[in-house]
Design a protein around this ligand. Structure first.
Ligand code: SAH
Length: 367
């Protein structure tokens, strides 16, 4: 099979800052105030059918849509679990690249896990996405469109559990978002801008997850967005982390934790430390204790730990920790006063849990 053509996605209305929108409409011969009407239709009413945008002149709708609302994501397949309350969608991008997003409905929130890149260049050996390497960065609009698609489906009552809205967005799908900094941060701005400029999702509901790209963490802290930062630590010692999260060879555990602490100081948002528990690899109580010490050395009340039972990935020899070992790991952190919550394994039965997104097209056999 020949490799699909890779290319820059077409420009889209969701790529544009509010200030750029009027100019884009003017280029089409439209009055600048049409920009706000279009934004209201697109981000607030969640309308994606140009013919229903009846406040726009009938003669202009098609032209505006052709120029500014090209289809960026085509659904290839959806898998559901939890009685339809977890939905993993595989999307095909304009150039054939594939990405996945996962909607998880809880009692008090609807969380969407989104992708920021097709593939990932970080090469963490326990993550399915990391195994395939990086295909390309997503554009801002390709990231935002994942959220819009879920928002539309929820608003229209198409997802089990009744009508709803996306309250939380986590950059925990495919890709290292901070390695696609401009697009990812512009997407956060679009998601959190009040309607009709954007989707009006609370910044507190947005979580940026990173392997620990220290300069990018500092830059993100300075953006003035009160999003949550999640640091994928997975080991408190450089020797093991060099292997589990290869970027550690560039920025060490101590440097990543210092950056996380600075993020807290700049934003006031408590940082999450993600720690996939891998049987007999990183799950020893002494490592939990070492982690607790490292966190306390940087202050109290600024951080919590999210152990994640390892989700299986094809071809990996690693497996999740024994439940008793997991409990001992949590107890060791709690003994040092670190708030700790084990993450649920939502979606694991549809390969939709953390680290399982590999975007395999249905016609291809799985390795
Ligand atoms: N590139 C970002 C987002 C990755 S996915 C980052 O590394 O933070 C979100 C989380 O799932 C990360 O903490 C990642 O390390 C973790 N993860 C990856 N593979 C996993 C697996 N097989 N089981 C459990 N968690 C995994």
């Amino acid at each position: 099979m020949s490799a699909p053509r890779r290319g820059k996605p077409p420009r889209h209305f969701s790529d544009l800052e509010p200030a750029e929108r009027a100019a884009a409409l003017a280029e089409l011969g439209e009055k600048p105030f049409r920009a706000r009407q279009l934004a209201t239709q697109w981000f607030e009413r969640l309308e994606d059918d140009p013919e229903r945008m009846t406040d726009l002149p009938a003669s202009s709708r098609r032209r505006i849509a052709d120029a500014l609302l090209p289809t960026l994501l085509t659904p290839v397949r959806s898998l559901t679990a939890d009685g339809g309350r977890t939905v993993k969608t595989l999307w095909r991008l304009h150039d054939g690249a594939l990405v996945e997003s996962v909607l998880m409905r809880y009692k008090n929130r609807d969380t969407l896990c989104i992708s920021s890149q097709a593939g990932c260049g970080m090469n963490c050996p326990f993550c399915a996405t990391g195994q395939a390497g990086l295909t390309r960065n997503l554009s801002t609009a390709e990231i935002v469109e994942q959220v819009l698609a879920a928002s539309r489906a929820l608003a229209r009552g198409e997802v089990a559990g009744g009508p709803g809205r996306v309250s939380n967005v986590v950059f925990m799908g495919m890709g290292e978002a901070l390695a696609n900094y401009r697009s990812a941060v512009a997407a956060v701005r679009r998601l959190t801008a009040p309607a009709p400029d954007g989707l009006g999702i609370s910044a507190r509901g947005v979580t940026m997850s990173t392997v620990g790209l220290v300069p990018a963490i500092d830059k993100f802290a300075a953006e003035g967005i009160a999003a949550t930062l999640a640091l994928s630590l997975h080991a408190p010692d450089d020797e093991l982390r060099d292997e589990l999260v290869p970027i550690n060879q560039r920025w060490k555990v101590g440097e990543a934790l210092d950056a996380a602490r600075r993020y807290f100081e700049a934003t006031g948002r408590r940082v999450s430390i993600e720690y996939a528990l891998i049987r007999d690899v990183n799950d020893q109580a002494w490592r939990a204790d070492r982690l607790g010490k490292l966190l306390n050395a940087r202050g109290k009340g600024w951080v919590h730990v999210n152990p994640i039972p390892l989700n299986p990935t094809p071809g990996s020899k690693w497996t999740a920790s024994d439940p008793a070992v997991e409990r001992a790991f949590v107890a060791a952190l709690e003994a040092r006063g670190i708030p700790t919550t084990v993450r649920d394994t939502r979606g694991s039965d549809i390969d939709g849990a953390c680290g399982q997104l590999a975007a395999v097209a249905p016609e291809q056999p799985r390795a």
